[in-house]
Design a protein around this ligand. Sequence first.
Ligand code: ZN
Length: 459
Amino acid sequence: MQIQIYNTLTRSKEPFIPQDPQRVTMYVCGPTVYNYAHIGNARPVVVFDTLYRLLGRIYPRVIYARNVTDVDDKINAAAQKEGVPIGTITARYHAVYREDMSALGALPPVLEPKVTEHIDAIVAMIGRLIANGHAYEAEGHVLFNVPSYAAYGRLSGRDRDEMIAGARVEVAPYKRDAADFVLWKPSPPDLPGWDSPWGRGRPGWHIECSAMIEKNLGAGTIDIHGGGHDLVFPHHENEIAQSTCAHGGALFSRYWMHNGFVNIEAEKMSKSVGNVLLVHDLLKQAPGEAIRLALLSAHYRQPLDWTEAGLREAKAQLDRLYRTLDSLKDAEATASAAPEAFLAALADDLNTPKALAELHQIANAANKATGAAERARLKGELLAAGWLLGLLQQDAAAWLKGNVAADMDVAEIEDLIAARRTARARKDWAESDRIRDALAARGILLEDKAGETTWRVAS
Ligand code: ZN
């Protein structure tokens, strides 16, 4: 199967051809860990997790790295506010991040490099950039000299004035050029810092990724570099400049992929509007898979309008799919691969809306199927396709019971079943039937087998 990827660098959809099919490399810019992740932060995680799952089905080895920025002004501010070392803040929020993203069905990346564990690699790369004339030291800072790299601006397609305005570059007297950006900056004694040939300081944001990619994925070319659309400029433009110049002009990444923004109820998400939705809070309202499906319901390059109605619809879709799975519980899944039409949708630049439609097609076919072999095959296809989207990974009966919990207490159902058992013990069949009918009216079906009563949600 041939994957097609829209490459931001060439502004076209291209066949994905990895440099080494035995070792596919993918890097995605990860979180700065000082607070809870919001739904906009979760979108690239879910999108690139879906790509990682697809790549893993085709290639024998996929090395997916997602960094952790664990030193930053915002982290410093949070640590000072609490009077704790930055490591206390970063360990806490990295743990929360991992937990929340795992609840969204995101597999852990193969590598999660941390900035504080790569200071040597960062210092070494900056040293090379100074040595080959692409960077210079000025007043304790080291800056990348933008005019030294002719292809600067190719990824974002911005001209020089737009770039300077867009980067909100600081005007500093020590800069040779207004567009030059910081690789290393001094740290005052009360803030975290590391010794370097340019004095005690800490790295700029952009150099972190270049150095961590070099150290973890190799000093040559990686296959895929991803992140949110807001990172195209200046962050990814700067990563390209640093890595290409540090590697003697070698291509940095073959494919650049960027996901669109998440808006909330048609409005831009912002602290000032007060509509920032944290994944941590959303997980209290809806299962992780429902949040994930809602995120995958739009194509990743399109903006996603996050709405409460959309989340409810995602949950309802999953309820339908799990009801199908539950109805197949007596069938032993035979097929272990998703059907061609589903794979073709996903391989087409990760067309998840189409893939979801195909997933429902499989479920519809399964709902109509009567032959044992057909039901077994469709169950396998449903599970395999679901896995590629990171969906349908829960036990169907448990999902459907959880589903009930929202409007009917599970404990209440269990109490009614216990009351019915007592009625049956005294041969009060009328009361037993009354309880059964009352539950059935609320969509709960009872099944008596070998002296045990189990329940499920009517499909
Ligand atoms: Zn990055």
